[in-house]
Design a protein around this ligand. Structure first.
Ligand code: HEM
Length: 412
């Protein structure tokens, strides 16, 4: 069969080619213009495949270890592009302070979580809120309830809970991690809702939340374009819908019970009681408050468990430090159990706690911030819309070294 090309077809082909070339040229010119217009030099960055990034170097769920290797090579501030998203990694607490605290105005936004719809602006998840009114209100509420709880010496609940934990531990010495989960959950729920009752449900919901937001937990958190797949084709999205349903039931249910106890005059001191007594002062609707209360319980369960579990491992690995802690407590407290305010008298115990946070930071990569404007820092260009991570795991290593040098404390 003879193939014939009409003049009209040729013209269309030429037009398509011309438009394609024009689009590419304009793209290159715009890129070059943006680069030339930039103030400051580019940040150091590892060798990478354009857009995709240095995929061969990434150590899966322990990406913070990769960040450490890069910080050894590039220093305290560098950038890396992963699947089209530019990340700026901070590896030094001083730099973190100067960028994230001193220039907070431009860097207080957060990136949207890929799977968790409305993470920035639904007002539910304080540590992940964008730079908006919800953040201002929830942050203020968070400060109010935490200050109130600390001033009230945690309502005297720390000591009875730790004694209960010690007794259980003697009974089930082979299950320290399960018991650690339980005591952290009980304390967090007591502070939030005045009762340990919702511990298991809140802990499960916290764990599911963690799974669905972390890069190691779900593929869509790394290959973020997958979030655009319709729910029917995306099992991770289906799972997220179920998670939110359960979370809503657990959060609303726990608050409803606390409110009923308040109305019956039996609610112990807690964030919930504080809100119900001081609604006017907080300026929060009931819905906002219950999100603030439940999120605080969620965050504290997750962040308390990891260091405390690691503390047990360290004590088992280093019996000489276990003996030193024990001796310090005996000498300083004369045999009575430790309470929250004993910290200043127990420097060795505090050092071992710091060491456990260093080994097992509950938030090893930090929580990403979003740069809302271009920034020049120390002569470097930090591009708008980059995600900025203060890598806690790397910083903890540096802090521990400084702390060690300052106090001349012997450590292995
Ligand atoms: C060793 C334990 C903990 C570590 C390492 C840790 C770490 C962090 C980090 C890295 C952030 C992000 C800061 C940023 O914006 O760059 C953060 C935020 C937050 N943490 Fe913790 N945290 C710990 C314990 C807790 C506990 C026990 C609670 C609750 C009682 C808590 C509540 C929060 C809240 C509410 C935020 C969001 C603050 C805001 O954006 O205003 N954290 N934490």
């Amino acid at each position: 069969m003879a193939i014939t090309t009409s003049a009209a077809e040729l013209l269309t082909l030429q037009t398509v080619q011309l438009v394609s070339v024009a689009v590419v040229v304009v793209g290159i010119l715009r890129y070059a213009f943006n680069v030339l217009r930039r103030e400051g030099k580019p940040l150091p960055t590892p060798l990478a495949i354009p857009w995709a990034g240095p995929l061969w170097a990434i150590e899966g769920a322990t990406i913070y270890k990769t960040f450490k290797k890069w910080s050894d090579k590039f220093g305290s501030l560098y950038e890396v592009t992963l699947f089209g998203q530019n990340l700026i990694i901070i590896s030094d607490p001083v730099v973190a302070q100067e960028i994230l605290a001193q220039r907070a105005k431009t860097v207080s936004d957060r990136p949207a979580l890929a799977l968790v719809a409305g993470s920035k602006d639904s007002g539910k998840y304080l540590p992940f809120l964008g730079n908006n009114d919800h953040l201002t209100r929830q942050r203020r509420f968070g400060v109010l309830i935490n200050n109130y709880t600390a001033k009230a010496n945690y309502h005297g609940r720390m000591l009875p809970e730790s004694l209960r934990f010690a007794v259980q531990l003697m009974d089930k010495v082979e299950e320290p991690f399960v018991l650690v989960d339980q005591v952290c959950g009980r304390l967090s729920c007591r502070m939030a809702f005045g009762t340990p009752a919702p511990r298991a449900a809140i802990a499960r919901s916290a764990h599911n939340f963690m799974q669905n937001l972390s890069p190691g937990g779900r593929v869509a958190n790394v290959l973020t374009f997958l979030r655009h797949l319709p729910t029917a084709l995306n099992t991770e999205k289906q799972n997220e819908h179920m998670r939110v349903d359960i979370e809503d039931r657990v959060w609303y249910g726990s608050y409803k019970k606390a409110k009923a106890a308040y109305e019956a005059g039996t609610l112990p001191p807690s964030y919930a009681k504080y809100y119900l007594e001081q609604r006017e002062k907080t300026g929060l609707s009931e819905n906002e408050a219950l999100h603030g209360i439940a999120m605080m319980a969620t965050v504290s369960i997750l962040t308390l468990i990891a260091p405390l579990q690691r503390w047990f491992v360290i004590m088992a690995q280093y019996p000489q430090w276990q003996r030193a802690v024990s001796q310090e407590i005996d000498e300083q407290l004369g045999g009575r159990p430790v309470d929250v305010n004993d910290g200043p008298k127990l420097p060795i115990l505090r050092a071992t706690i710091l060491e456990s946070i260093r080994y097992a930071s509950p938030v090893p990569t930090g929580i990403p911030h979003r740069l809302e404007e271009d920034m020049v820092y120390n002569g470097y260009h930090l591009a708008k819309n980059s995600n900025v991570l203060a890598c806690d795991w790397v910083e903890q290593r540096l802090l521990a070294t400084i702390d060690c040098a300052k106090t001349n404390r012997a450590r292995e």
